[in-house]
Design a protein around this ligand. Structure first.
Ligand code: URA
Length: 190
C-alpha cells in the first residue's frame, strides 16, 4: 500500500512536495495518531512527525507514558501543501476536497491496523475521521465512536502548541493530560 501511494494522483497535491509521506508504525498498534499533513521536514524525510511538531509530540508522549514506537502515526493528507516564499516553503492548509480525496488512504490504513483507539490531532484529522467539520473544544476529553468502528479521541494539533502565546504551559500540560488518558484507555482495552 505504501508503494502504491507513492504514485497517487487522487488530488493535485501530488504535484506539490517531494514525495508521498505514508503512515508508519506496527500493524498491531493499539493507538493510531492522525495528524494533518506532512510539513517541510516530513516531506524531505518521507516520514510523519519528524519536524518541530513531531518533536513536541515525542516529548509529550514520553511525559504521558505512551511509547510512540508501539503506535501507528499517520496524516489525513499525505502530501505537503505549501506556498513558496523566496527560499521558504510555507505550510498551507489542505482544503475539504483534498482531505476527502486522501481519506481513501486512511481508510486502507485503518482496515490494515484496526486500531482500538484513534487520536485525531487537530481539526483536519477530525474532519477526515468523522467525515464532517467538528469543533475540537467540544469533542476533547471524552471518547467518540468513529464511523468505521473503534474509539476516537480528539485533541489539539502539536503545531497549535508551538504557535500559542497565551497559557502556553497550561495548554501543553492539557495535551499531555489528554495523551495520558488515551494511553490508560488503550491499556484498559488491551
Ligand atoms: N504536522 C502534521 O500534521 N503531520 C506531520 O507529519 C508533521 C506536522
Amino acid at each position: 500500500m505504501r508503494a502504491e501511494a507513492t504514485g497517487c494522483t487522487r488530488c493535485d497535491l501530488y504535484r506539490c512536495g517531494t514525495q508521498t509521506v505514508f503512515g508508519e508504525g506496527p500493524l498491531d498498534a493499539r493507538i493510531m495518531f492522525v495528524g494533518e499533513q506532512p510539513g517541510d521536514q516530513e516531506d524531505r524525510a518521507g516520514k510523519p512527525f519528524v519536524g518541530p511538531a513531531g518533536q513536541l509530540l515525542d516529548r509529550a508522549l514520553v511525559e504521558a507514558g505512551v511509547d510512540r514506537s508501539a503506535t501507528y502515526v499517520t496524516n489525513a493528507v499525505k502530501h505537503f501543501k505549501f506556498e513558496q516564499r523566496g527560499k521558504r516553503r510555507i505550510h498551507s492548509k489542505p482544503n475539504g476536497p483534498e482531505i476527502d480525496a486522501c481519506r481513501w488512504w486512511i481508510e486502507q490504513e485503518r482496515i490494515l491496523v484496526r486500531p482500538p483507539i484513534t487520536v485525531a490531532l487537530g481539526a483536519t484529522a477530525a474532519r477526515s475521521l468523522f467525515g464532517k467539520a467538528v469543533t475540537i473544544g467540544a469533542m476533547r476529553g471524552r471518547p467518540h465512536t468513529v464511523p468505521d468502528g473503534g474509539e476516537a479521541w480528539v485533541t489539539v494539533h502539536p503545531s497549535f502548541l508551538l504557535r500559542v502565546q497565551d497559557n502556553k504551559e497550561q495548554e501543553y500540560a492539557r495535551f499531555v493530560g489528554d495523551l495520558r488518558v488515551i494511553g490508560e484507555r488503550a491499556r484498559a482495552l488491551a
